[in-house]
Design a protein around this ligand. Structure first.
Ligand SMILES: [Zn+2]
Length: 142
């Protein structure tokens, strides 16, 4: 899953820092996988926007984690899908939270991913779409 807009927050002693739109997040925490957490998982932006403190800031982001609130995440709840649409994700997609949109009668997802394996998104009872490509396509088609 990625963020859908910039998120500015006071982080430790750094003052306000801004996590840019499109940054990948993860449910992996120090204590394991937890869907209540959406930690920043991609740190390239730190070097770009905070070049003078990037090493120490990256280290602190990795050690302490920066949790992104739900409303900043790029996802669509299942209830907002059309009648012929559903969610699809293989095991890897569920792990990285890149859940696609499937369309009834089609063998690939909206973004073109073949649906060859079990639908773990459905088995795990997930209720949202989080693949950025599927979300973009849906927004452009509707
Ligand atoms: Zn997709």
């Amino acid at each position: 899953m990625v963020t859908r807009k910039d998120y500015t927050v006071k982080f430790r002693d750094y003052g306000n820092i801004t996590v840019p739109k499109g940054t990948r997040v993860t449910h992996e925490t120090a204590l394991g996988f937890d869907r209540n957490y959406n930690f920043v998982a991609e740190l390239d932006w730190v070097t770009k926007f905070y070049p003078t403190i990037d090493n120490i800031l990256k280290m602190d982001l990795e050690n302490y984690g920066l949790n992104i609130p739900e409303e900043y995440l790029n996802k669509i709840e299942k209830e907002h899908l059309n009648k012929n649409e559903d969610i699809y994700g293989n095991k890897g997609a569920v792990w990285s939270d890149e859940i696609h949109i499937s369309i009834s009668g089609q063998s690939t997802t909206l973004c073109g991913t073949p649906m060859l394996a079990f639908n773990w998104a459905s088995i795990e009872n997930l209720s949202h779409v989080s693949c950025p490509k599927c979300i973009d396509k849906k927004k452009n088609n509707v």
